[in-house]
Design a binder for this molecule. Structure first.
Ligand SMILES: CC(C)(COP(=O)(O)OP(=O)(O)OC[C@H]1O[C@@H](n2cnc3c(N)ncnc32)[C@H](O)[C@@H]1OP(=O)(O)O)[C@@H](O)C(=O)NCCC(=O)NCCS
Length: 291
């Protein structure tokens, strides 16, 4: 820990001054963190059990906490930061039962901003005064937050279809607003929107493909397993976060399994209803995509 505390490459953009820290300070921090119920600090270690960095949840109160991370220079670009981030966010929601986690970063910290943005964390615009007060006198900050139910570890594609991150603006402890615009955020004009609701748990639907229709599918509420099959193979993805959608732009067979009753599947489609565009027979579909 002390080596990164004295490494400008790590601390250069951090608010706290670590340069005066001593080995005794680092030892005291580790010792006190074992019994600290207001803050959770975890070491990120390599498979060989070498210390790589620290991830933290600070100021745990009222169902929320502030996330912090610092990894050693030697650990940067090697996946340790993402591993530690996923682990502690998993603990925040699953073990501590928090409703939200927030954090901020200096806008000059290009590496950290790229790290958060490439993992699709959402920028937050509305931060409570009590939190801002801790950063009084520091401006030029970019704020992020995660709310319980946000999915942060998902594939980029499923059966070759793109997994889309619908633009989302969280408000701390007050939900999220998600939005997409035809032709701007998805690559087609929208002629039709439909949604499937009031479905009991365990029901399967779909069982068809479209020859030409392009669609964006997302789960507005609940949990739905989406199974897709096309020339790239057959794969499944669980949709449970309204800000994650799947863009289908080639002939793809789809089946949906309702994992939770009353889950709502929403579809934005590129054209009006056309019964001739449907393939409802799986054998016929296989022949169709085989050309
Ligand atoms: C922020 C931090 C946790 C990220 O971990 P990491 O292992 O460095 O992250 P990654 O390498 O996976 O991602 C960093 C990305 O930024 C890019 N990057 C590196 N330097 C950059 C720069 N100067 N400008 C823009 N992007 C930069 C990397 O190329 C990489 O992007 P890529 O995967 O598309 O190539 C780590 O760098 C760190 O601990 N920094 C010091 C402490 C800190 O800033 N903490 C965060 C405070 S909020």
């Amino acid at each position: 820990m002390l080596s990164w505390m004295h490494d400008k490459n790590v601390t250069g953009n951090l608010k706290a001054d670590f340069s005066s820290k001593t080995l005794g300070d680092a030892r005291d921090f580790i010792r006190s963190s074992r019994t600290d119920s207001h803050n959770l600090h975890l070491a990120v270690a390599s498979d060989e059990d070498e210390y790589m960095g620290t991830v933290s949840l600070k100021n745990i109160e009222d169902g929320t906490a502030e996330f912090a991370i610092a990894v050693r220079s030697e650990a940067m670009g090697r996946g340790y930061a993402w591993f530690g981030t996923k682990e502690i966010l998993g603990k925040a929601f699953d073990e501590l039962g928090l409703y939200s986690v927030y954090w901020c970063v200096s806008k000059d910290n290009a590496r950290a901003i790229r790290f958060y943005d490439k993992h699709f964390f959402h920028e937050t615009l509305d931060i409570p005064e009590s939190v801002l007060a801790r950063y009084a006198g520091t401006d030029n900050l970019k704020w992020y937050s995660m709310l319980r139910g946000d999915v942060f570890d998902f594939p980029e594609t499923v059966s070759g279809c793109k997994v889309v991150h619908i633009k989302t603006i969280p408000t701390l402890n007050a939900g999220e607003l998600s939005v997409f615009e035809a032709e701007h955020d998805i690559p087609f004009d929208i002629r039709r929107i439909y949604f499937i609701s009031k479905v009991p748990e365990g029901v399967r639907r779909g069982f068809h493909a479209h020859k030409e229709l392009k669609q964006l599918l997302f789960c507005m509420y609940g949990r739905i397993q989406l199974i897709l099959e096309n020339s790239h193979g057959r794969e499944e993805i669980e949709l449970s976060d309204p800000s994650i959608g799947v863009l289908i732009d080639e002939c793809t067979w789809r089946e949906m399994l309702w994992l939770q009753k009353d889950s709502v599947l929403c579809v934005a489609a590129s054209d009006y209803y056309d019964p001739d565009d449907y393939i409802r027979d799986h054998e016929e579909f296989k022949k169709y995509i085989a050309g």
